[in-house]
Design a protein around this ligand. Structure first.
Ligand code: SAM
Length: 254
C-alpha cells in the first residue's frame, strides 16, 4: 500500500481504507444483500472507496457508484481494476448525490455515512428527489443517520479514536467534537502516520459540520420528495429504531 495519493498527499482517501477495513462493512453488506435479488441493479450514493460496492459486485450485482471526491474515486477504481468481474460490474460516476443522472432504474439504492455532508434541508431534498427519480417502482433506498446522535459526546481536546498497525507504520485517528446545539456537531479528525520509532511521518486534518435531523424531520423531507419510510432499524443488525441514536431508514416510493 502506498500512503500518498496521485498528488503525493496524505489525504482522507489514503487513510480511509486503513481505518475502515473491509470487515467493518460486513454487517451493512449483509443487510443490503438481504434487500436485493440476484439480477437487481444497485446504486451506491457517496460510495467512498467501495466498502459496500465491491463485496456486492463480487456477489454478482452491478453497482453504480456516485462519488464526487477524486481521491476516493481513484482508490475505488484502483481496487476494481485488478479484477475482471469488478471492472465489468462497477461503474464510477463523478457527480454528486443531487446531480447524478444515471441511465435506467435501480432496485436498491443506499446512502450510508454521507448524511453529514448534506448541510441544508434544500440540499437533502435535492438528494431525495434525485434518488427517487432513479428508483424502480418497487425499489428501496437505505439511508442512515436519522435521529439526534447523542452517542457523540462533546470533547474539548483531541482524543485517540483508533490506532492501526500496517507493516512498520502505525496509523492514528484522533477526534474532537463540539456540539454548539442539539442539531449540529463539529467533528474534527486528525490522521497521523508514525514510524516504528514514533516519529510523525505525515499528518492530515479535516473538519466536518454534521447536521442531525430527527426521524420526523426526515420523514417530512421524504414526503416532499414523494418517498416514505417502509421500515426503520436502529442499526445494520436490524435492532429496533430508537430516537436519539443513529438509525437507518428503509425508504420506498410514497
Ligand atoms: C464517510 S465517507 C463514506 C463512504 C462510504 N459510503 C462508506 O461508508 O464507506 C463519505 C463519502 O461521501 C462522499 N460525499 C461527500 N459529499 C457528497 C455528495 N454531495 N454527494 C455524494 N457523495 C458525497 C465523500 O466524498 C465520501 O466519499
Amino acid at each position: 500500500m502506498v500512503f500518498r495519493d496521485s498528488d503525493g498527499e496524505f489525504t482522507t482517501a489514503v487513510v480511509y481504507d486503513v481505518f475502515w477495513r473491509p470487515e467493518s462493512a460486513r454487517p451493512a453488506v449483509d443487510l443490503l444483500a438481504s434487500l436485493t435479488r440476484p439480477d437487481a441493479r444497485l446504486l451506491d450514493v457517496g460510495a467512498g472507496t467501495g466498502r459496500f460496492a465491491i463485496p456486492l459486485a463480487r456477489m454478482g450485482h452491478s453497482v453504480h457508484c456516485v462519488e464526487p471526491s477524486a481521491g476516493m474515486r481513484t482508490a475505488l477504481v484502483a481496487k476494481a481494476s485488478h479484477d475482471a468481474q469488478l471492472r465489468e460490474l462497477i461503474t464510477v460516476d463523478p457527480r454528486d448525490a443531487s446531480s447524478f443522472n444515471a441511465d435506467g432504474e435501480f432496485d436498491l439504492a443506499w446512502c450510508l455515512e454521507v448524511l453529514g455532508y448534506f448541510r441544508t434541508d434544500k440540499e437533502l431534498l435535492g438528494v431525495f428527489r434525485n434518488v427517487r427519480g432513479h428508483l424502480s417502482a418497487r425499489g428501496v433506498f437505505l439511508f442512515d443517520g436519522a435521529g439526534a446522535d447523542e452517542a457523540v459526546p462533546d470533547q474539548a481536546d483531541f482524543e485517540l479514536a483508533s490506532e492501526k498497525q500496517l507493516g512498520d507504520d502505525t496509523f492514528r485517528m484522533w477526534t474532537r467534537t463540539v456540539r454548539p446545539d442539539q442539531a449540529h456537531c463539529e467533528l474534527n479528525i486528525r490522521y497521523e502516520r508514525l514510524s516504528r520509532s514514533g516519529a510523525v511521518l505525515a499528518q492530515h486534518e479535516v473538519q466536518y459540520w454534521l447536521r442531525t435531523r430527527s426521524r420526523k424531520h426526515l420523514e417530512e423531507l421524504l414526503g416532499e420528495a414523494g418517498l416514505r419510510v417502509r421500515e426503520a432499524f436502529g442499526d445494520v443488525d436490524r435492532r429496533p429504531f430508537a430516537e436519539g441514536a443513529r438509525g437507518l431508514l428503509l425508504i420506498g416510493h410514497a
